[in-house]
Design a binder for this molecule. Structure first.
Ligand SMILES: O=C(O)CCC(=O)C(=O)O
Length: 290
């Protein structure tokens, strides 16, 4: 239930690590089915993407910002740009249009909680020397057929920043992820030179917002290697490694479940877009004494 010294070394060297057969096919299907069920059960009529259109653009934009910035302790839905018509409304059923669900599946959804707080994950966190692994967020990313949007090169610690930085992404393929259906690409070694920018939470005149300070990583395209993985594989993503995924132009989806953890002995930045709330503090996988 832990990483071998070679795996730990590989992770330190490359900034990512593929672990095959982390979940069984059945486990993956349970998570996928539940994710689709959550969408089916949701009342989308009140979603900012569906309630606001051209009528009041400013109000609509602010509502969408609020919806995102306050989503850390909730289960919310974010749509593919390619699923929106000119009036800002969905042109297809939500189940085909959702880009991701976030960000508290690991809190409110038992199946996702079980996978996040499993002994295997605890063992991996221990192997990486995490003293007090704290889980700020989780997501299902659907990468829908044909319209699954591009994810530009980025470093996760730009968005979920701690001092010192020690964020790790746990990315689990719920379906095979291959070059044709937009598997992940990593630039090995780029985690060794810090982050190039940060997304900051802002508040002006009582209005929440975000701004990006610094730049996006300018990593040479030739440095990226693709990381095709089979359904059930877990990929560990160092918070500072530059990674991306292309649009999914294929006929098949590429569903994944991901969550992040950081060492709770470090400081969660007060200007991160996501903040723990009194009702839902960031849970720990274990405390050192366990
Ligand atoms: O799954 C993807 O395409 C992107 C995921 C990602 O970049 C992340 O979890 O940081």
């Amino acid at each position: 239930m832990s990483l071998s010294p070679e795996q730990v070394e590989q992770f330190k060297q490359d900034g990512y690590l593929v672990i095959e057969d982390h979940l069984s096919t059945q486990d993956c299907d349970v998570l996928r089915e539940r994710a689709f069920q959550i969408i089916k059960e949701a009342d989308m009529s009140q979603h900012p993407m569906t309630t606001f259109s051209t009528v009041d653009k400013d109000k609509g934009a602010q509502t969408r910002t609020d919806y995102f910035v306050t989503s850390g302790d909730k289960i919310r839905f974010f749509f593919e740009e390619g699923a929106l018509g000119e009036n800002g409304k969905l042109t297809m059923p939500p189940i085909e249009a959702v880009n991701k669900i976030g960000h508290a599946l690991h809190i409110f959804e038992p199946e996702f909680k079980k996978v996040t707080f499993s002994d295997k994950i605890k063992g991996i966190a221990r192997s990486l020397g995490v003293v007090k692994p704290s889980v700020p967020q989780s997501m299902v990313i659907f990468k829908q057929p044909k319209i699954g949007g591009r994810v530009n090169p980025h470093q996760d610690s730009s968005f979920l920043h701690t001092t010192p930085m020690n964020l790790v992404g746990f990315w689990i393929a719920l379906e095979d992820a291959e070059p044709d259906n937009a598997c992940m690409w990593f630039a090995p070694g780029t985690h060794k030179s810090g982050i190039s920018g940060r997304l900051l939470r802002t508040e002006e005149d009582g209005k929440l917002g975000t701004k990006f300070e610094g730049t996006s990583p300018s990593t040479d395209e030739n440095k990226f290697v693709c990381a095709p993985v089979r359904k059930g594989s877990l990929v560990l993503i160092h918070g500072e490694v530059v990674h991306k995924s292309p649009p999914n132009l294929s006929e098949r989806s590429r569903n994944i479940y991901t969550f992040h953890l950081y060492d709770g002995t470090s400081e969660w930045s007060k200007d991160n877009w996501q903040q723990p709330t009194e009702e839902v503090p960031f849970p720990f996988l274990y405390e050192k004494t366990e």
